[in-house]
Design a binder for this molecule. Structure first.
Ligand code: FRU
Length: 613
């Protein structure tokens, strides 16, 4: 880390403005104010980055980057007015040898108060050869994917090829709130350790780059070459249209198809998700008809010409918000061998505990039409994938090996994602999960999401390993690992016996706690984070979430993953799941186990510290 970067880190930590050392703010930068809300920045120096000062509470300034007289791109940055919260880098390397001018328009209404020329950002911009991405956040998870810096929402466009899991995500490279949607890119060989790559698809004249999907065109149906990676995404301009991009270097860089957009509609539609339908020898694409709260199905021979076949969803399922980010895939029902289709349908708001959540439908798909199964009363039931508040925009990897259907979500909620107490980056992904189907005691088929097998390899030698004990009124306490801010996995089995409920409480010295309760009669597990730590950044954050346990024998087996600012609870091999964020002021140190109304048996309690690479 060099001195300049130390200066930046310090200013963030102290929340005060510390001018970067070693560079005069104006070295190589010429600022010309043109009026109350328009400023030209001429870059006269020769450095890799111009560092832009951001104040999170500010409005966005619109910046056109003009290269040799032509607009190369437009970005929105919350340029600092009165104090600098952090810096974001604009990479100038591709403009080397060219004239670069940034035409900045700050919001009109601030001229009522004061002129933009008084803002601190102009003096605090500077040129730099480096941008330090060393972690500065105590809440940054250790075994979940996060962007190096900036805002992230949906995972999208994921594919597996040659032993590598590629993850793309909705990314703002110019701030820690939603803006400038770009496909960020990371890859992993084990779904746990992620390496960050350069941005994969950036905004162009058709708009910013919203969510979508990727596939490997093994038969060269699109004509971009055998095994080309094809991405379809939403171009979000004045309207939303669907665009194609292709890659011949395994998803490292993409070329934008000049014939875009490949799908246009006269109403808001987004998040194209496609797969090769081998039975009918065609590509199938599901598109969220967002405001109409339904999904549209298209088919294509070549990924470029798409024909609308049918729609599903009007008036069906949860309808409390827009429908987004679909996924459609076939799975075999555990123990029966029956094949069924799953339609994932993310909705925002309208989730079971407020805000965003993923609902799904089980049914049949004949290559053109999706028909959902009904319950005993003849109605199409609403089913939820995760009964926590923080698993959204979940979709699966295409071309995964061994017939796997591996899912990952955005571990946040639109209700408060922009307010959570991190600033260098905002939001992580959930842990990867394997989708399956099972028949529950009510006779219906549900989707399970079990922790991916790769996660077991993260376990270090168990710190606690207790074969069996009887839990009663008096809590029995177990110490959680202290290393690496307490990151760990807790595994245990609970047999209800005579008890009415079993309590599992995570707590720290500051008196903060997460209270989980297995209600044996109700067959539910609840998760209370009202006192879990910092909760007051949003009125929607303190909450109790509740999941059915989909059993009728009063027995559950849990795997609980704690990673600094998240707790993910998987029950009975993923038959029920709760993903919830938490922000304890110091790591939880104790697990307390007790039972209400009689004793319960706890079996095979293990607490595993997690290996960090
Ligand atoms: C879901 C979503 C998508 C859209 C993306 C934009 O969270 O609203 O529908 O493509 O976010 O970032």
């Amino acid at each position: 880390m060099n001195l300049i970067q130390l200066g930046i880190g310090a200013s963030v930590m102290l929340g005060a403005l510390i001018a970067p050392q070693g560079a005069m703010a104006s070295d190589g930068i010429k600022v010309e104010h043109l009026g109350s809300n328009n400023t030209l920045i001429r870059i006269t120096g020769d450095s890799r980055y111009i560092m832009l000062p951001v104040q999170e509470s500010n409005d966005d300034a619109g910046i056109s980057i003009i290269v040799d007289g032509n607009i190369d791109r437009n970005i929105n940055v919350r340029l600092a007015k009165s104090k600098v919260d952090y810096y974001v880098p604009l990479d100038l390397s591709k403009y080397k040898g060219h004239d670069v001018v940034m035409n900045v328009v700050t919001v009109q209404n601030r001229s009522n108060i004061r002129e933009a020329k008084d803002d601190v950002c102009w003096n605090d911009m500077y040129l730099s050869e480096n941008f330090d991405t060393t972690n500065r956040e105590k809440y940054r998870p250790a075994f979940h994917h996060t962007p190096l810096y900036g805002w992230m929402n949906d995972p999208n466009g994921m594919f597996y090829k040659d032993g590598v899991w590629h993850l793309y995500y909705q990314w703002n490279p110019f701030g820690s709130k939603w803006q400038n949607m770009t496909w960020g890119h990371s890859h992993s060989k084990d779904l746990v350790t992620w390496e960050h790559e350069q941005a994969a698809i950036e905004p162009n004249g058709l708009g910013t780059v919203f969510s979508g999907s990727s596939t490997i065109d093994t038969e060269n149906t699109a004509g971009f070459g055998k095994d080309a990676v094809i991405a379809l995404y939403t171009s979000a301009g004045v309207s939303q249209t669907q665009s194609l991009a292709h890659s011949s270097d395994n998803g490292q860089t993409f070329e934008i198809y000049p014939g875009n957009p490949v799908i246009t509609l006269d109403s808001e539609a987004r998040d194209p998700n496609m797969f090769w339908d081998a039975e009918n020898k065609q590509w199938v694409l599901t598109l969220a008809h967002a405001l109409d709260r339904e999904m549209l199905f298209f088919t294509s021979p070549d990924l470029k010409e798409w024909n609308l076949q049918s729609s599903f969803g009007k008036g069906i399922g949860a309808q409390g918000g827009v429908w987004e980010c679909p996924d459609l895939f076939k799975l075999t029902v555990d123990g029966t061998g029956q094949e069924k289709w799953v339609l994932l349908c993310n909705i925002n708001p309208g989730g079971p505990f407020g805000g965003s959540a993923t609902q799904y439908f089980i049914g049949d798909f004949d290559g053109k039409t999706f028909k959902a199964d009904t319950d005993n009363s003849g109605k199409i039931p609403t089913k939820w994938m995760d009964f926590g508040k923080d698993n959204y925009a979940t979709v699966s990897w295409s071309d995964a090996p061994d017939n796997r259907r591996t899912l990952i979500g955005w571990m946040s909620n639109w209700q408060y994602a922009a307010e959570v107490p991190t600033i260098q980056y905002r939001s992580a992904n959930t842990l990867p999960r394997e989708a399956g189907l099972f028949v529950a005691p009510d006779g219906q088929i549900y989707m399970s999401s079990a922790p991916s097998p790769e996660l077991t390899a993260m376990r270090n030698k168990a710190l606690v390993s207790n074969k069996s004990f009887s839990a009663g009124k008096k809590p029995r306490n177990f110490t959680l690992p202290a290393a690496n801010s307490g990151i760990c996995e807790i595994a245990l089995e609970i047999e209800g016996k005579k008890a009415e409920a079993v309590n599992l409480v995570l707590s720290n010295k500051a008196g903060e706690s997460v209270a989980m309760k297995y209600d044996i009669k109700a067959h539910t597990l609840s998760f209370d984070r009202c006192k879990s730590g910092i909760v007051d950044f949003s009125q929607d954050f303190p909450a109790v979430t509740v999941t059915p346990t989909f059993e009728n024998d009063n027995k559950i087996a849990l795997r609980i993953f704690i990673d600094k600012s998240s707790v993910e609870v998987f029950g009975n091999d993923g038959k029920f799941v709760m993903t919830n964020l938490v922000f304890p002021t110091s790591p939880y140190t104790t697990l307390s186990v007790s039972a209400d109304g009689g004793s319960a048996r706890i079996g095979n309690l293990s607490i595993f510290p997690i290996k960090v690479k």
